[in-house]
Design a protein around this ligand. Sequence first.
Ligand code: NDP
Ligand code: KPL
Length: 300
Amino acid sequence: MEIAVIGGGSIGLLFSYYLGRKNRVTVYTRTEGQSEAIRANGIHLLKKGCDFRAGVNAAPLEKWTGREELTILAVKQYQLQSVLNSVAERMPGDASLMFLQNGMGHVKWLSELPVKNIYIGSVEHGAMAIGDHSVSHNGIGVTRVAVYKGEAGPIKHFTEMELVDFPVEMADDFRSVLIGKLVVNAVINPLTAAFQVRNGELLDNPFFYEIFKDLFSEVAMALRLEDKEKHFANIVSVCRKTSANSSSMLKDIEAGRQTEIDGILGYILEEAEGQNIDTPIIRTYFRHIKGKEFQRGASI
Ligand SMILES: NC(=O)C1=CN([C@@H]2O[C@H](COP(=O)(O)OP(=O)(O)OC[C@H]3O[C@@H](n4cnc5c(N)ncnc54)[C@H](OP(=O)(O)O)[C@@H]3O)[C@@H](O)[C@H]2O)C=CC1
Ligand SMILES: CC(C)(CO)C(=O)C(=O)O
């Protein structure tokens, strides 16, 4: 299968490495320099002390034409609009796009995209890009994919690939895929970024764990979660599996970049306000992260 991956960051390189083992993958990067490095070296995956390599193609985003059978968008949520704007004129009507972003903020834009197939994916791996063409696979998790619009055909292949350490599951309902992941990110990401700890420490430090539970209770109330125990067990399991990982929000804060807080706690705050539910813990951590972005001069 021919697959395009837009964005050569942590998740873009991780997906390109695994998919590149059984497919023809092209990574579309922001710079020609990164494309050259990927073409010359392939993608190196660092896992459990070993260094694995997969050969893939790469080109700057200006070269994307949408001719691949599937295009995976692996940029941050706040980078999506500008990527979509820059490829809008080249977007073939029969394109198949898969969105892997955390949070829910981008979902409202998808219905307006004039393409045949749109898929939503939620990623529970922990990954960190190291330089232009290497990525460290810090936590192995499941990728869940669901149809947002169109046919399931182009992503069926995904679930059938059976790549070691890269499990993919097909889900029926994209909303439950996104909500499941939103709940995970709403608890793990802001707390790890606020306390500046790796994911596992939220469970191992009994004081942080109390806050973890309190924040989850408010998130569950604001989103009116039906199966609270199942969601809670899932957050704990993701936290455990990615215990050595620094969450993407912590990495953003450390690098002085904008975070995805608006599409995560910002979205949940709006949901709560719409129902007149007071959520002081969510509000506090939302402001805490916005304050950190402000302090470090990230664009807000
Ligand atoms: N990292 C993780 O462990 C996890 C991440 N996620 C989610 O996956 C998504 C991607 O995150 P992640 O990979 O960590 O983010 P990164 O910041 O590591 O990667 C984003 C990549 O997109 C590239 N990019 C941005 N704008 C453009 C553009 N206009 N043209 C081409 N490339 C562009 C960036 O390039 P440049 O650096 O040159 O700007 C960067 O390489 C996020 O929504 C995140 O929440 C989900 C689960 C785990
Ligand atoms: C799964 C988890 C929590 C891994 O760190 C993540 O999605 C993130 O960091 O954004």
